[in-house]
Design a protein around this ligand. Structure first.
Ligand code: RBF
Length: 171
């Protein structure tokens, strides 16, 4: 419910920084591909809409969400994009495997972010059922891939702002 009230898919596009000079990695999990590919389309289109150049968006696929941190680590190491966006969908099942996978991904991406000093965006749906996932992958609750892209652009802008040389006055 909380996230339904914070549907950033309908955001003020004028407040989003220009992404023309930014570089992005996107890691997409193949499990629940009909969901994750919708997330990817929303994400990719939003990056391009805000100026990102297709040649600066590097996409890879991994088998499942559990592999997202490893895929993200590889992209970071091999392509060094400003930000890595991870997209997956872990649907609750009869056992609690979903909790192990979601926790591992969240912790893995947190560890990567802190170690690398750059953002690894958690674009992973953790719904109770398929309908909840569809609602958030282009359905009535928007597209969380769009929100992941906006978050990525904002974090890339922050990284660039803080790494730019300080402006001096008078010299
Ligand atoms: N990966 C997902 O991205 N979403 C899932 O809902 C999902 N469910 C799984 C359920 C079970 C019982 C298992 C064993 C794996 C599941 N996976 C899922 C795959 C997982 O992320 C990973 O690819 C595999 O466990 C191999 O490391």
């Amino acid at each position: 419910m909380a996230s339904a009230l914070q549907n950033l898919s309908t955001y003020d596009s004028s407040s989003v920084p220009d992404a023309a000079e930014m570089t992005f990695g996107i890691v997409v999990a193949e499990w629940n591909a009909h969901i994750t590919h919708s997330l990817y389309e929303g994400c990719y289109d939003t990056l391009v809409k805000h100026g990102a150049r297709p040649e600066n968006i590097h996409t890879v696929q991994v088998p499942g969400s559990f592999e997202l941190p490893a895929g993200a680590r590889l992209l970071h190491g091999q392509r060094n994009p400003d930000v890595v966006i991870c997209l997956g969908c872990v649907i609750k099942g009869e056992t609690n495997h979903n909790e192990y996978i979601s926790q591992a991904v969240a912790q893995g991406l947190t560890n990567l972010s802190l170690a690398a000093g750059k953002a690894f965006i958690f674009g992973v749906l953790t719904p109770d059922n398929e309908q909840q996932a569809l609602d958030r992958a282009g359905g009535k609750h928007g597209n969380k891939g769009v929100e992941a892209a906006i978050t990525a652009i904002r974090m890339a802008a922050l990284q660039r702002e803080l790494s730019a040389p300080k402006k001096r006055i008078g010299f």
